[in-house]
Design a protein around this ligand. Structure first.
Ligand SMILES: Cc1ncc(COP(=O)(O)O)c(C=O)c1O
Length: 385
């Protein structure tokens, strides 16, 4: 695929990327075009603007910035992360086609694949992404794409894309990566053989827990296909959401770096605690994915998980005692959040099934915010005691 390498540093692109030029007398901050109608030139269908088409000014700027951040030719902003995943894949797959997908994906993505796609006649095979030659063994002649989420929600595993990337190149397939947990600050999948990158913009890209959005980046012709799907499935974002995303993106780099630092400090502290059985954070040198993370990521991320020795009871007590950390299911924003997958993404599974998936009772997921690490640790400490 044709890729453009990022011309400037991530902070500069996050602040300025997407602005073509700034004329005298124009506002420094892009004004919001809170209008769903734009005056049309008479006598032509060319240049017709409509928010659902993804071609209004705020959306175009953010789409260009996301493409620059990911090193992609083009990007597009959608109404949610799920909207992004659905349209990104519907642009690649037709009834009769087959998708190979990692079995370690966000719950909503899992439902989309196993319920919706199957019902549409799109075959989906879920693969353990760490199984050696697992992708190759399940490849069919109808296979059109491989889908991987990394780092993985909620286990924070970091996957090596080399096997899947090799196979997709060899067979002319598309490698699609949900990179929500990393953000383009920590990982840019296109630099590691992916063809398409997806984010829930609701998370790190916006970073303030107040916007629902999704983005897709890839080649220009492919993004045009995604736009066609977005238009007819009604997955375009509202103008205000895009304007807030524009604003949130400007601080992406400083936020994520701070979140990386805070998470690393919390992981190091948690490792020494007798009440914690296991700390899931690939930044720790003895984590099973440390080597992959160290060699492919620019930062180990702001997500981690703790497995409390006392199981469900200990987790319940711990979460109730926290004062700074907020009990809430999303992630990636400035406020530190704690959640238990047994009551969110994995609520539909039995305790045994969850334990098999690496999420036993007592497993708490932390989305680390930008508060002072000392305060975050002190709060965790008093809740554990
Ligand atoms: C990894 C991942 N991808 C996609 C999504 C879906 O994003 P949204 O909630 O913006 O639709 C989520 C939501 O939690 C997620 O964690």
């Amino acid at each position: 695929m044709t890729r453009k390498t990022r011309p400037q540093g991530v902070s500069t692109v996050a602040v300025h990327g997407g602005h073509e030029k700034r004329d005298a007398d124009t506002p420094v901050v892009e004004p919001i075009y809170q209008s769903v109608n734009f005056v049309q030139e008479i006598g032509t269908a060319e240049g017709l603007r409509y928010p659902r088409y993804g071609n209004v000014p705020n959306a175009e700027i953010v789409a260009r910035r996301v493409a620059l951040l990911e090193g992609a030719e083009a990007g597009i902003v959608l109404a949610s992360g799920m909207g992004a995943t659905a349209c990104a894949l519907l642009a690649l797959l037709r009834p009769g086609d087959h998708l190979l997908a990692s079995s370690w994906v966000y719950g909503g993505t899992h439902r989309l694949f196993t319920q919706e796609f199957e019902a549409m006649g799109i075959g989906v095979t879920l693969v353990d992404p760490t199984e050696s030659r697992g992708w190759r063994r399940r490849l069919r002649k109808e296979t059109r794409a491989i889908f991987v989420e990394t780092p993985v929600n909620p286990t924070c595993r970091v996957l090596d894309l080399r096997g899947a990337s090799h196979l997709t190149k060899e067979n002319g397939l598309a490698l699609v990566v949900d990179s929500t947990f990393a953000s383009p600050v920590n990982f840019r999948p296109l630099e590691h053989g992916a063809d398409v990158v997806i984010h829930s913009g609701t998370k790190y890209l916006n970073g303030h827990h107040d916007v629902m959005a999704g983005v897709v980046a890839g080649t220009a012709p492919y993004i045009e296909e995604v736009r066609q799907k977005m238009m007819v499935w009604g997955q375009a974002p509202d103008p205000f959401a895009v304007w807030l995303l524009d604003r949130g993106l400007k601080t992406l780099d400083v936020r994520v770096r701070r979140q990386n630092e805070n998470a690393a400090r919390i992981a190091a502290w948690a490792e020494g605690r007798k009440e914690i059985r296991h700390v899931h954070y690939a930044g720790l040198p003895d984590h099973q994915d440390h080597e992959v993370a160290r060699t492919t990521l620019d930062g180990f991320g702001g997500m981690l998980a703790l497995e409390l020795l006392g199981g469900a009871k200990a987790a319940d007590r711990f979460v109730r005692r926290l004062k700074v950390w907020i009990h809430a299911p999303s992630l990636g924003g400035v406020e530190s959040l704690v959640s238990e997958p047994r009551f969110t993404s994995h609520a539909h599974l039995s305790a045994e099934q969850r334990a098999k998936a690496g999420i036993p009772d007592g497993f708490v997921r932390l989305s680390v915010g930008i508060e002072d690490a000392d305060d975050l640790i002190a709060d965790l400490e008093q809740a554990l005691r």
